[in-house]
Design a protein. Structure first.
Length: 413
């Protein structure tokens, strides 16, 4: 179909197939793609509201056996730089989040063989006991699969037990590109195949959870494989309707094995805007698209609102993974609100389910400015949480550490 006919098809509200989407992605002028995406956004969100959420992005451990070659965050088992956050540390982070109007913890981490399912269940229950109304948006599909393998329990059982412990929703991390050729080259096929990632989301939706979906592009994938990724998400959304939002961002190559080996440069802002726009066109059954200011910066994040995004994502408060790869953008609530208003929209706080919670907190009362995102721990802090000795470890290092901690605890009693 000629590109002019494709453009008119989208303007008329038609659904594009993979070949049509690829042709638009490759051939449509960037301003035209943006206008098509913006038209769809306006049809879905005619009120001129752009939302955001105040939550905290906490990485509870950086110890990981997956060893994805695009990740600068993980540390191997036994590394002196490896950490596991203690329950009290997480409680302090929640207190700080609530103090600035936060409603949720986005909790993700490495595939740590020394954290059994019971650790997660006890943590979730402890959080819900202390903060009954605070939400846990936690554990991406590969983490759920890791727990399934570790405990030798099926994924639906893991999901059921986590819900019983307090899980409220699942983030869409670990999707990268949902094409197994790409996942093999990224060394993430072992942590989750495309089908396995999708099935975790399917099981979560069947269990009544809502989830998000993501795409990290700009590594070794082709543009056709980016479209294939979106099509697979669209198919599952047709089946379950369980996704609340889609978030795409570019690979951050600094300090990564993949970036060094293949000399990959970060994708351009134009590439990001085109990818965002085509995702709005392809994912016609997704209501919400987030702007990825954390990888693109505040101004491109603001421009995203003209390329299909209706949401500015999270204030975040804390970030560790992208920072490890060299990106360190920070926007507190006041700056997010200014960006939204300067783009001609009305800012509103939301929940993970996209329920409107109200006007900005920073307008209602004084909130201290946040000029830099927090980190999981202060540099040089290597302490091991005391409660870890209560849980069985799998690795040799973990067993040794817990034995030592146990002896230390006994000597103090």
């Amino acid at each position: 179909m000629p590109i002019t006919e494709l453009i008119e098809k989208v303007r008329a509200g038609g659904r594009v197939n993979a070949a049509e989407a690829l042709e638009l992605y490759r051939s449509a002028p960037t301003p035209v793609l943006g206008q098509l995406a913006d038209d769809i956004r306006q049809r879905k969100h005619p009120g001129g509201i752009v939302t955001y959420i105040i939550d905290r992005n906490v990485n509870y451990t950086n110890v990981c056996v997956a060893k994805c070659n695009f990740c600068a965050f993980y540390r191997e088992v036994g590394s002196p730089e490896g950490y596991v956050l203690g329950f009290d540390e997480l409680f302090r982070k929640i207190d700080e989040t609530i103090a600035v109007g936060g409603v949720q913890l986005l909790l993700q981490g490495g595939h740590n063989p020394d954290l059994p399912l019971s650790w997660y269940e006890d943590l979730f229950r402890a959080v819900k006991t202390r903060y009954p109304d605070f939400k846990l948006h936690a554990l991406s599909p590969p983490e759920v699969i890791h727990l399934s393998r570790l405990s030798q329990l099926p994924v639906p059982t893991i999901v059921e037990r986590l819900i019983a412990a307090g899980l409220d929703s699942i983030p869409g991390g670990g999707a990268e590109i949902l094409v197994d050729r790409v996942r093999t080259l990224l060394h993430c096929y072992g942590k989750a195949t495309s089908d396995e990632w999708l099935d975790v989301m399917r099981q979560a939706h069947r269990a009544g959870l809502r989830t998000t979906a993501t795409m990290m592009y700009g590594t070794v994938e082709t543009d056709a494989e980016r479209i294939e990724h979106m099509m697979r998400l669209r198919d599952l959304q047709d089946e379950t309707g369980g996704f609340t939002a889609f978030i795409t961002w570019s690979f951050q190559p600094d300090h990564t094995e993949l970036g060094a080996e293949r000399r990959i440069s970060e994708a351009t802002g134009v590439d990001y805007l085109r990818t965002l726009a085509i995702s709005r066109i392809v994912l016609d059954n997704f209501d919400n698209l987030q702007a990825s200011w954390v990888t693109q910066g505040g101004k491109v994040g603001q421009l995203s609102l003209a390329y299909g995004a209706n949401d500015m994502g999270s204030v975040m408060i804390e970030e560790n993974v992208v920072r490890a790869a060299g990106a360190s953008y920070c926007m507190d609530e006041l700056e997010i609100v200014r960006n939204i208003e300067d783009a001609g929209f009305r800012p509103k706080r939301r929940s993970m389910h996209y329920d409107i919670l109200g006007d900005p907190i920073c307008i209602e009362r004084h909130v201290p400015r946040m000029l830099e995102l927090a980190t999981a721990r202060e540099a040089g802090d290597t302490h091991v949480p005391e409660e870890l000795r209560l849980y069985p470890a799998r690795s040799r290092t973990g067993k040794s550490e817990r034995l030592q901690n146990g002896k230390s605890a006994e000597s103090q009693n």
